[in-house]
Design a protein around this ligand. Structure first.
Ligand SMILES: [Fe+2]
Length: 145
């Protein structure tokens, strides 16, 4: 991945590795997009966040909620994952957080503050959810049929 005009600060960008797989190619690709988004938001914060960048990040959250969470839930249902109820509750937390970001934007929070909150939340989601909770279904289900 290359940055065009943005300053790149060594060591601050997230990178995908095969060890992060959850055994289903579409979900892995969606997770890679989330990782890329973490880097985009980080660059926006470093380079003085604009409102346009906040809107772009909000759009990403919406797409993630509408497409990724629903896709993953359908996958877990189809494969008969035993932990799905608990997992879906965690997804609901993500949906609620997305809504709270929208509310804060409407309430006039500064772009830099909101992007920082998003970066922290997505970073915690990455380590706490994708690398932990999503791994649980991979451990139970293995790779997609
Ligand atoms: Fe998940």
């Amino acid at each position: 991945m290359t940055d065009n005009n943005n300053v790149r600060v060594a060591g601050t960008h997230f990178e995908w590795t095969p060890a992060m797989t959850v055994g289903e190619p579409t979900i892995d690709a969606q997770h890679q997009r989330l990782l890329a988004q973490l880097n985009v938001i980080m660059d926006a914060i470093i380079n003085e966040a604009t409102l346009e960048e906040v809107f772009a990040a909000i759009d990403f959250f919406k797409e993630y909620v509408d497409e990724h969470l629903a896709y993953e839930e359908a996958y877990m249902t189809r494969r008969g994952y035993t932990g799905i109820i608990e997992h879906e509750k965690k997804h609901q937390n993500f949906r609620d957080t997305y809504q709270s970001f929208r509310d804060k934007l409407a309430g006039g929070i500064t772009p830099a503050s909101l992007l920082m909150e998003m970066e922290v939340y997505l970073g915690e989601w990455w380590t706490g959810h994708i690398l932990h909770e999503d791994k649980k279904y991979y451990l139970e289900l293995g790779s997609a049929e």
